[in-house]
Write a protein that binds this ligand. Structure first.
Ligand SMILES: [Zn+2]
Ligand SMILES: [Zn+2]
Length: 306
């Protein structure tokens, strides 16, 4: 399987349009050690022709351009390698790109939980708007039972969507009353190579049902949003703690670094990195700490072959 990181930043991207924090200022000035990043999304394929998109970022058009012909087999005058979209949640930075795919010559095959579908049909009715364009074929992801899904045309790739504890988006009718299915992670296995990846760009807690898939996975591609719990408050950017926003900070007790130490054999890569995070400075002490622990930081265009 080929995993291509289309975008490695959290919502807002890097730099964020209105942000003048030290990181955003530095990357805007092209200072050494800072690399721009688009908003989080990955594409996965077993043959390099048919791809599943995991989340549709507002930056998708830029990401497809940056990928050159990677996701563009060009078999017809209108064509794309993207055969399906899996939504991990209904957040703006993971779904707005669906609008950019509206020219599709066939309905968009979208895999999402019923909670995500509801949010995208009510609070932010993207599905309803798309019905005026290419329309949507919704495939329900059940979080009631463990289910192995195979996307047609993507042979030899099995996926299991796993519910994660989190919060529904601000516009969701379920905001403040979060439901199972508001947020999922995915365990993806290539049946031929028997290699697997666990992907969770929003991960607040390693709940007990996650330990087994995470232990099995050869690669952990997980939430790298914040370095500290109070990062947004300390930088005067927001009044919310990382955990309140559904993200486990990397440092400190019960942080992501500590949690990842339980999975000694896996390749560990952080993704969905917020522009406030000091690890975006390649020369920071925080980044050097990750280097020492063999924890990688995803970048746009990174490809993982499994
Ligand atoms: Zn996000
Ligand atoms: Zn910033």
């Amino acid at each position: 399987m080929i995993i291509r990181v289309l975008g490695s930043a959290a919502g807002g991207g890097f730099p964020q349009w209105n942000c003048n924090c030290l990181n955003c200022d530095s990357v805007r000035k092209s200072e050494p050690g800072f690399t721009p990043r688009t908003q989080s999304s990955i594409a996965v394929s077993s043959d390099g022709v048919s791809w599943i998109l995991f989340n549709a970022s507002p930056d998708i058009l830029t990401q497809l351009k940056q990928a050159g012909g990677r996701l563009q087999p060009g078999r017809n005058v209108r064509d794309s390698g993207i055969v399906a979209v899996v939504l991990m949640d209904a957040q703006i930075d993971h779904t707005t790109g669906l609008f950019m795919l509206r020219e599709s010559s066939r309905p968009l095959e979208i895999y999402a939980t019923s909670q995500v579908r509801e949010d995208l049909s009510t609070g932010n009715p993207i599905f309803k708007v798309l019905d005026f364009y290419c329309s949507v074929n919704w495939h329900e992801i059940s979080t009631e039972k463990a289910e192995v899904l195979v996307v047609p045309k993507v042979n030899g790739l099995e996926m299991e969507l796993i519910p994660l504890k989190s919060e529904a988006p601000p516009y969701s009718p379920n905001r403040g009353n979060s439901q199972t299915g508001d947020n999922v992670g995915v365990f993806l296995k290539d049946v031929k190579s028997n290699k697997s990846v666990f992907y969770a760009p929003g991960l607040c807690e390693i709940e007990s049902h996650l330990v087994s898939p995470m232990k099995k996975a050869d690669v952990l591609l997980v939430d790298g949003t914040f370095w500290t719990d109070s990062e947004m408050i300390d930088n005067g950017l927001s009044k919310k703690m990382a955990r309140e926003m559904g993200h486990k900070p990397q440092s400190g007790p019960d942080g992501m670094i500590e949690a990842l130490s339980e999975f000694a054999d896996a390749r560990k890569i952080l993704i969905h990195i917020n522009n406030s995070n000091p690890i975006l400075n390649e020369n920071s002490k925080e980044r050097l700490e990750l280097n020492k622990l063999n924890i990688e930081v995803a970048y746009d265009g990174l490809e993982i072959l499994l």
